[in-house]
Every structure is written in structure tokens, then in C-alpha cells.
Ligand binder design. Structure first.
Ligand code: PHE
Length: 446
């Protein structure tokens, strides 16, 4: 087998890990969930979930990954030999594959919209035109699949090159560009006349709109957004060197991921309100509502092109982290070369992707318990596998793993100071698993 690679620089570690966390979750899903769940109050609950539950689990995945230096299944086998814990790893790899199935389809849509924006197709239309444009495109049996294939090939070309020359390099180019585009769009959006209503909606909480269900949505979304509960961070941290400060990296990733979600809100809500549109549009928000908002601005095609490029970059860096999880498992477990493992994953994902894409067209009405294939994959991963995985990971680190191992990893064998270790273990033992359990049960019941 080839030598196991790794990240070469601290900034590479940060860019790649942030690249995984920041994705469609932040820019596509977060704004529409916030819009649907009443704005600022939802934001507040989301922030609590991120910092009280998400952040400790990020560190837990880091501890497992760097200690074991293996894919999620291999990691549990190493740290807990002769137990069933490696099933958590299998669950993670499966979740990765299933998320890839629908994530690659939505990532493909962003490419279509980049070209729509560039070719001025998004100009001078009515609100109804944008809706039918989106529906006509997503229900096409071939075109979205071509985009999905293209996105997966790009991800494959990066992943096959390994960590240092592939994922690290790509992240170091794409992430700064993403931050720059975000900043420009956010400033532009705040400067729009009438933006203040959007800012108010986003930052002035109205707790009467908050339901028990929105609390659960917030927690589930915190997991999805931080790439938690399926071994993605285990896989990435298995490539961290021993000098990487795990708590510091966890703080940075959590903060930046949150900042990007908030910035996405700052870009979207003021614009939506400035042009008197409704923020509750749901998943179509960035494809059906935003083009209508953009077209009313001077220089509209520049803003829309920039926005969809931003969305594409965010999606691709997350996609490749998912791709890496499954690839590293196949590569290490079956001693298949990285190249062939990555090819295999690409093929499997495209197979799933076809059915996900058709769920918006010819297979729209093929449902089981009133959910189509796309909705099933989303539900199984975001509402079942991720929370369950996150809960088991926190239990594993807090209850099973020797506390000395946990401390040694967090402190780099005593070289860096760790504050609040006892509180950390307490949260990981009780607070995180119990809260996740509540979410998990409620979402299953629903
Ligand atoms: N965190 C990514 C996003 O917000 C999605 C993701 C989930 C990536 C799980 C990897 C693992 O879009």
C-alpha cells in the first residue's frame, strides 16, 4: 500500500476543514430554515446548539481521528479492538455515500445557475418565470445529471491526488476566493436601501415564532453544517500532524462556519426584504427568489454570477471531504489504489445521483411513506445517521476511551495548555448525548 499522506501546513488544515464545514448547508439550507422558522429566534437557538453540542463533538472526532490515523471504520477498530464500535464507522461511511448522492445533485444545480447568470438568462423575468425555470431545469431527465457528473469528476480529480497535493491545495485556492466573494456580496447587500428590515428580521428575535420543532431543526442543522456525526472530521484529522492544536482548530472551524452562515443570512435577508420578497420560500430560496432579487439591482448579472460561483465553491470543498471519507475507507480496507477507490466512489455516487435527480422529474411520484428517493436520502442522513453517529461518538470518547488518551490528544502530549477539560468531559458525557437523543427520537417520531 502507498504511504499514508497528510496535510503539510496549519493553514492547509484549517482551509480544508473549514472547506468541509462551509457548504450548501450554510448558504443554501441555513437561510431557508431561518426564513421558515421565524428568523432571529431560530438563529439564537442554532448558535446555542453549535457551541454547546456541536463544538464538543468536533473535538471528539478530532481526538479519534488523529489518535488512530485511519478511516472511520479503521479508527474504531484500532481504538476499540474486538468490540462492535467500528459499526459507528460503517454508519459514517454509509452516511457519506448517501449524502454524496443528493449533495452532488444540488452542487450540479449551482453550475447550471452560474451559466444561466453568465448568459443573462436570469434577467428580466417575473417571479413566476423563475419558479418555472427552476422546475423545468430540475425535472429535465438528462441535463442536471450531466452537471452532477461534471461536479463529481472535479471532486474525483482532486481526491485522487491525495491530501497534500489534492485536497489541501484545492482548499487553499478555493477558500480564500470564497471568503472574498462573500465579503463583497455582504457589503453590497447591507448598502441596499431598505436592507434594514432584513437585518431586523435576522437579528431581532421574536420568540413567539419559535416552536419545539424549530429547536430540533436547529440542532440537526448544526450537525449537518459542521460535517459532524459521520466520520468526516475523523477522516480529516487522521491526516493532521502531531503539532496541530486540536481545541484551537475546533474553535476556529466552529467560529468560521458560524460566521459564514450568519454572513449568508446578511447577504440574503436584506436583499429579500429590500425587494419585498418573502423569506419563507423554502429550499428554492436561493434558486427561485434570489435571481428575482438580483435582476432588480444595477449590474445584476455580476452579482448573480458571483453568488452562484460562491455557492459552487462552497459545495465542491464539502463534496470532496465526503468523497474522501468513502475513498479512504475503500483504499485502506481493501488495499485498492487511491485512484481506483476514488473512481469506484464516483461511480457509486453517480448511480445514486441519477435517482436523486429524477426525484424532481420522472420519479417525483415514486414515493414510500410520501417521501421520494431524494427526500429519503436527506431524511436518513440528516435526521437519522448524523444525530445517531454524533451521539455514539460523544459516548465513545467520553465513556469508552481512556481519558488520558483524550487529554494527550487535546494537549499534544502536554505541550499545549488545555482549559476546562473536566467541563468538556462532562458535556460530552451527559449534555451532548442527551440533547442529541431528544432530537433523534423526536425526528424519528415525526
Ligand atoms: N457541512 C457541509 C455543509 O454545510 C455538509 C457536510 C455534511 C459535509 C457532512 C461533510 C459531511 O454543506
Amino acid at each position: 500500500m502507498e504511504k499514508r499522506g497528510g496535510f503539510s501546513t496549519k493553514i492547509g488544515v484549517l482551509m480544508a476543514t473549514v472547506g468541509s464545514a462551509v457548504g450548501l448547508g450554510n448558504i443554501w439550507r441555513f437561510p431557508y430554515e431561518t426564513g421558515r422558522n421565524g428568523g432571529a429566534a431560530f438563529l439564537l437557538v442554532y448558535l446555542v446548539c453549535i457551541f454547546i453540542i456541536g463544538f464538543p463533538v468536533v473535538m471528539a472526532e478530532f481526538v479519534i481521528g488523529r489518535r488512530a490515523k485511519a478511516n472511520p471504520v479503521g479508527a474504531f477498530k484500532k481504538l476499540a479492538p474486538n468490540t462492535k464500535w467500528h459499526w459507528v464507522g460503517y454508519m459514517g461511511v454509509l452516511a457519506g455515500l448517501l449524502i454524496l448522492g443528493y449533495y452532488s445533485v444540488v452542487a450540479g444545480w449551482t453550475m447550471e445557475y452560474i451559466f444561466k447568470a453568465l448568459s443573462l438568462e436570469l434577467e428580466n423575468k417575473s417571479a413566476a418565470d423563475y419558479t418555472s425555470m427552476f422546475e423545468t431545469f430540475t425535472s429535465n431527465p438528462i441535463l442536471p445529471i450531466i452537471w452532477t457528473t461534471l461536479v463529481m469528476i472535479m471532486s474525483h480529480l482532486i481526491v485522487k491526488k491525495g491530501i497534500k497535493g489534492g485536497i489541501e491545495k484545492a482548499s487553499r485556492i478555493m477558500m480564500p476566493l470564497l471568503f472574498l466573494l462573500m465579503l463583497i456580496l455582504a457589503v453590497h447587500s447591507i448598502l441596499l436601501p431598505g436592507s434594514i428590515k432584513g437585518i431586523e428580521f435576522f437579528f431581532n428575535p421574536d420568540f413567539s415564532k419559535l416552536t419545539a420543532e424549530s429547536v430540533l431543526t436547529a440542532l440537526g442543522h448544526a450537525f449537518f453544517s459542521l460535517s459532524l456525526g459521520m466520520g468526516c472530521l475523523i477522516t480529516y484529522s487522521s491526516y493532521f500532524k502531531s503539532n496541530i492544536d486540536l481545541p484551537k482548530t475546533a474553535v476556529q472551524v466552529t467560529l468560521i462556519d458560524t460566521l459564514v452562515a450568519v454572513t449568508a443570512g446578511v447577504i440574503i435577508f436584506p436583499t429579500v426584504f429590500a425587494f419585498n420578497m418573502q423569506p419563507e420560500a423554502g429550499p428554492g430560496l436561493v434558486y427561485m427568489v434570489l435571481p428575482n432579487v438580483f435582476q432588480q439591482m444595477p449590474g445584476s448579472f455580476i452579482w448573480s454570477t458571483m453568488f452562484y460561483i460562491l455557492l459552487f465553491l462552497a459545495a465542491l470543498t464539502s463534496l470532496m471531504s465526503l468523497h474522501e471519507v468513502v475513498t479512504s475507507y475503500i483504499h485502506e480496507r481493501y488495499s485498492i489504489s487511491r485512484l481506483n477507490s476514488s473512481r469506484l466512489v464516483t461511480g457509486l455516487v453517480l448511480f445514486l445521483g441519477v435517482f436523486c435527480s429524477w426525484s424532481f422529474g420522472i420519479m417525483k411520484n415514486v414515493t414510500l411513506l410520501s417521501m421520494n428517493f431524494f427526500e429519503w436520502l436527506e431524511y436518513l442522513t440528516a435526521s437519522v445517521l448524523l444525530p445517531l453517529g454524533g451521539m455514539l461518538i460523544s459516548i465513545f470518547v467520553a465513556w469508552y476511551l481512556d481519558k488520558k488518551i483524550v487529554f494527550d490528544e487535546l494537549s499534544n502530549d502536554g505541550k499545549v495548555k488545555v482549559k476546562g477539560f473536566k467541563i468538556y468531559i462532562f458535556i460530552l458525557r451527559y449534555v451532548a448525548p442527551l440533547c442529541i437523543f431528544a432530537v433523534f427520537v423526536t425526528s424519528l417520531v415525526k
